[in-house]
Design a protein around this ligand. Structure first.
Ligand SMILES: Cc1cc2nc3c(=O)[nH]c(=O)nc-3n(C[C@H](O)[C@H](O)[C@H](O)COP(=O)(O)OP(=O)(O)OC[C@H]3O[C@@H](n4cnc5c(N)ncnc54)[C@H](O)[C@@H]3O)c2cc1C
Length: 416
C-alpha cells in the first residue's frame, strides 16, 4: 500500500511528461479521489492504469476499503468491522474486473431466521413453510398456499403492502414486521415497497440467500484486494485525512467525490437521513457457534442478526468471531432511508452537483442509494468511461473550454 502520503511524494516538475499535451499541469495531481472504498478505489485504479493519471486518494478513516474493509481481530480471526460483506454479482464484467486484484473462494451465503423456536431458511422457501406450519407441501403446491394467504392490495405502495400481498399476514408478522421495525425504526407501512422487495420468496428448497451467477469471497480478504487496486505507482494514498484538510494544500485538477453528497454541500438543503448500526464484535473460545453464516432475529433481542465470519471466509481457527448488529438512528451513514421526501431532497443536491464541472460524484453515499458492492463497481466503471469520453472530447475539440471548466480548484491552490 502507498501512504501515508509523505511530502517527498509530491510530483516533480516533469510530472506530466507522459501525458498528452492538452493536459498541462505544472505540479500536483490530476485527480483527487475522496474515499478509499469501492467507488474511490475503482476510479483511482482506472484513471491511473488506463489513463496514466496521477491520483491522490484521501480517506478520513485510517483504513482502506470503506465499509468493505476487513482485518484480523485480536484473536487472529478475519472480521469485517463494518458488518458482514458477502460478494455476489450477475455481472461477468464486474467479476472479471475485480479478479485482476484477487483470487476467490467460492461461497454461497445461507441465512436462518429464528421464528417460533425454530431456525428457518430465509428467504422463505418450501422448507420454511413446511417446518413452520408442520405441512408437507410440494413445490407445485406452495404457490397456491401463498395465494390463499395473500391479501391483494392495489396499488402496492408500502413494504407492508408488498409482503402481505405476496405471502399473507402471518408470514409477514413472523418474518418481516419486527425485523423491519428494528432495522429502520419505522413500521413497514411507513416504508417504500422497494425495501422488502429485496427479499424474494422461493417455492423450491433452494436455501441460498443469493442466486447470482458469481458468489465468492476475496481469497485473502477485501483489504488485500484494495491494497492491490491502489498499488499502482501513479496512486498515492492518504489516510486519516478529511479531504477538506488538504484540498487547498495539494494541487489537483478534478475531484472524484464518494462521500455523502449532503456533506459536500455543508447540508445546505438539510441533512439526508440515514439509518446507522452499532456493531458488537465477540470472540468465543470454540470452533463454531452457528450452522450458517447469519441468523436473523426478527422478533427477539435488540439486534437484528448475528454473523459468524468463519463461514464467510473459510478460515480455520480454534476460536470464532461473531458480529451482532444493533440498528440505530445516529452514527455512520449506512442505509439511505427510502422515502419519497428523502429522494426529493437528494435530487436538490444532485442538481447542485451537476453544476460542478470539476467534481464527479460516484458511490452509494454520493448517490444516496443503497448499492451492493458489485453495483458500486459497475457504477464506477461506467463513470470512468464517461469521464474519459469527456476528457477526450475536450482534448480533441475544445482544449480551452476543458481547461477553463476543470482547472478551478488547482488554480485556487496556485493562488493560495
Ligand atoms: C452493514 C452493511 C453490510 C453490507 N453488506 C453487503 C454485502 O454483504 N454485499 C454487498 O455487495 N454489499 C454490502 N453492503 C454495501 C457495501 O458496503 C457498499 O456497496 C460499498 O461499501 C459502497 O462503496 P462506496 O465506495 O460507495 O462507499 P464506502 O464504502 O462507504 O466508502 C466511502 C469512503 O469515503 C470516505 N469519506 C467520506 N467522507 C469523506 C471525507 N470528507 N474525506 C475523506 N474521506 C471521506 C469514507 O470514510 C469511506 O471510507 C453492506 C453495507 C452495510 C452498511
Amino acid at each position: 500500500m502507498n501512504g501515508p502520503f509523505p511530502a517527498s511524494a509530491l510530483p516533480s516538475s516533469d510530472f506530466h511528461a507522459g501525458l498528452p499535451r492538452s493536459h498541462p499541469h505544472p505540479a500536483g495531481f490530476d485527480y483527487l479521489v475522496v474515499g478509499a472504498g469501492f467507488a474511490g478505489a475503482v476510479m483511482a485504479e482506472r484513471l491511473a492504469s488506463q489513463r496514466n493519471r496521477k491520483v491522490l486518494v484521501v480517506d478520513k478513516r485510517a483504513t482502506l476499503g470503506g465499509n468493505a474493509h476487513d482485518r484480523h481481530d485480536d484473536a487472529g480471526v478475519l472480521v469485517h468491522p463494518y458488518g458482514p460483506h458477502i460478494f455476489h454479482t450477475n455481472s461477468a464484467d464486474v467479476f472479471a474486473y475485480l479478479s485482476q486484484f484477487t483470487a476467490w473462494r467460492p461461497y454461497e451465503h445461507r441465512v436462518r431466521a429464528s421464528v417460533d423456536g425454530q431456525l428457518l431458511p430465509m428467504p422463505i422457501n418450501l422448507d420454511t413453510v413446511n417446518r413452520l406450519y408442520g405441512l408437507q407441501l410440494s413445490s407445485q403446491e406452495l404457490p397456491a398456499f401463498f395465494e390463499r394467504h395473500a391479501e391483494p392490495c392495489s396499488p402496492v405502495r408500502t413494504s407492508e403492502d408488498a409482503v402481505i400481498s405476496q405471502i399473507g399476514r402471518d408470514l409477514y408478522n413472523k418474518f418481516f414486521r419486527g425485523y423491519t421495525r428494528k432495522q429502520w425504526g419505522l413500521d413497514p407501512s411507513e416504508l417504500d415497497a422497494s425495501v422488502t422487495a429485496r427479499v424474494p420468496t422461493r417455492t423450491t428448497r433452494d436455501d441460498r440467500y443469493f442466486t447470482d451467477t458469481f458468489q465468492a469471497m476475496p481469497l485473502h480478504g477485501y483489504t488485500r484486494m484494495f491494497e492491490r487496486m491502489l498499488a499502482h505507482p501513479n496512486i498515492k494514498v492518504m489516510l486519516n485525512t478529511d479531504y477538506r484538510e488538504i484540498q487547498h494544500l495539494v494541487p489537483w485538477r478534478h475531484m472524484v467525490y464518494t462521500g455523502p453528497i449532503d456533506d459536500f454541500f455543508d447540508h445546505r438543503h438539510g441533512r439526508l437521513p440515514y439509518r446507522s448500526l452499532r456493531f458488537e464484535h465477540v470472540t468465543l473460545p470454540k470452533q463454531q457457534h452457528q450452522d450458517v453464516g447469519t441468523i436473523n432475529y426478527p422478533n427477539e433481542h435488540a439486534y437484528t442478526r448475528v454473523t459468524e465470519f468463519k463461514h464467510l471466509t473459510g478460515q480455520e481457527h480454534r476460536q470464532t468471531s461473531l458480529v451482532y448488529e444493533y440498528p440505530q438512528a445516529e452514527g455512520e451513514p449506512y442505509y439511505p432511508i427510502p422515502r419519497p421526501d428523502n429522494a426529493a431532497l437528494y435530487r436538490r443536491y444532485r442538481d447542485d452537483a451537476e453544476q460542478l464541472a470539476h467534481v464527479t460524484f460516484v458511490g452509494r453515499l454520493a448517490s444516496y442509494q443503497y448499492y451492493n458492492m458489485d453495483q458500486v463497481v459497475a457504477q464506477a466503471l461506467k463513470t470512468f468511461r464517461q469521464l474519459v469520453a469527456r476528457e477526450d472530447d475536450a482534448e480533441s475539440g475544445c482544449a480551452t473550454a476543458s481547461e477553463g471548466s476543470s482547472a478551478r480548484p488547482a488554480d485556487k491552490v496556485a493562488q493560495a
